[in-house]
Design a protein around this ligand. Structure first.
Ligand code: BMA
Length: 364
């Protein structure tokens, strides 16, 4: 073979490899494509800690594994949520249980089980305050983020915390040993000031550096291809392009734009703020090719028995949402449905609607 021919074949082989490489989708890209497709049919329902405990049963709070497979949602509508959410708070300490007493082993098992049955999963993280040792809500010190960043007093400690998060993510594999896709949404509700990474607790630059440090570690150093990154600020009511971009991590760093939107005050305020936010966010998401979701929502203890279909659904129907996830059903504070509470009939109506997707609607 002459020299030129060898070079030519080598170039062709290289091109073929590159094409093959770009054609292979990562687990998170496959998940994004699937979510975009499902969104054409409607929005999924999600529930935090769905199979862990419920309004009237203690489940993992009692350390009870005899209630495996139980779910308030399943008991009410006969189907699991399409999306299940779990929280990593506590993993950074090497704890066996998370901040809500759920064993990490159980989170691992339920998460993989839900993906195996065709569902979609999301992980949030309420890490403790690395400077004070207290919880994520400790906002007594405004230098936490600065001190986590390179050169800061707790940088080395935080690197260990990231490593523990990475070690857990590493274990999330299906029966064939393939990493399972996960919607990952760290540093949520960052436009509020109730977490140590919140609006008044760090500068825009510090927030970006915090986001990038965790993402670069998990994505580049650990090489995880199964994390679909979700940026999830809180219900705001005053978004505009300039304000939103101040802390938005960037199009190369985010696949899903979420918003945590609870009704805490009056219905009128909630409807007004959520509508304003979704007007802006749906437009932003469309222009930037992002998925859109309500990554947390609910009305604590659902004091209005018609809230689901009278207040929430008409708003959601107007936007290209991928999913909405209600927070956990804890006996002292619940956000999801249960057969044992007054809004159950209304939630069933929501379930029966054509455009709301539960597990059976989305499982392949
Ligand atoms: C909050 C509350 C807390 C819980 C935390 C993390 O909204 O539900 O009780 O510890 O979320 O799940």
């Amino acid at each position: 073979m002459n020299y030129k021919l060898i070079i030519g074949i080598a170039a062709l082989l290289l091109a073929a490899c590159n094409t093959a490489k770009t054609n292979v989708e990562t687990q998170s890209e496959q998940l994004a494509a699937r979510m975009a497709q499902l969104q054409q049919r409607g929005y999924m329902y999600g529930h935090q800690d769905d199979p862990m405990y419920g309004l009237t049963w203690e489940g993992t709070y009692a350390g009870d594994s005899a209630e495996l497979g139980r779910s308030d949602v399943l008991e009410l509508v006969g189907d699991y949520p399409g999306v299940m959410g779990f929280d990593l708070g506590g993993i950074e300490m090497g704890d066996a249980k998370n901040l809500d007493s759920v064993p990490f082993q159980r989170i691992h098992d339920e998460l993989v089980a839900h993906v195996t049955r065709g569902g979609i999963v999301t992980l949030s993280w309420h890490p403790r305050n690395p400077l004070t040792g207290s919880n994520a809500w400790d906002v007594s010190d405004t230098t936490v983020v600065r001190n986590i960043l390179p050169g800061g007093t707790v940088h080395e400690k935080f690197k260990e915390w990231m490593q523990r998060v990475g070690d857990f993510i590493e274990t999330l594999k299906d029966v064939e040993g393939q990493p399972v896709p996960v919607v990952f949404r760290p540093w949520h509700e960052n436009n509020g000031s109730w977490f140590w990474w919140g609006q008044k607790l760090c500068t825009d630059e510090e927030f970006h550096a915090l986001w990038n440090m965790l993402q670069d570690y998990l994505r580049n150093e650990r090489g995880f291809t199964n994390l679909l990154w979700s940026y999830s600020p809180n219900l705001d009511g005053g978004w505009n392009e300039e304000r939103f971009l101040q802390r938005y991590p960037g199009n190369d760093r985010v696949t899903l734009i979420g918003e945590d939107a609870y009704q805490w005050g009056t219905e009128e305020d909630f409807v007004k703020q959520l509508t304003a936010d979704l007007d802006f966010l749906s437009d932003f998401a469309k222009r930037n090719g992002k998925l859109l979701a309500m990554t947390e929502c609910g009305f604590k203890n659902t004091p209005d028995s018609t809230w689901w279909t009278r207040v929430l659904k008409p708003i959601m129907d107007r936007y290209p949402l991928s999913y909405f996830l209600t927070w956990r059903n804890y006996s002292k504070e619940y956000f999801g449905p249960s057969k044992d509470e007054p809004s159950s009939a209304d939630f069933k109506k929501l379930y029966e609607a054509e455009n709301t997707l539960f597990l059976k609607d989305i499982a392949k």
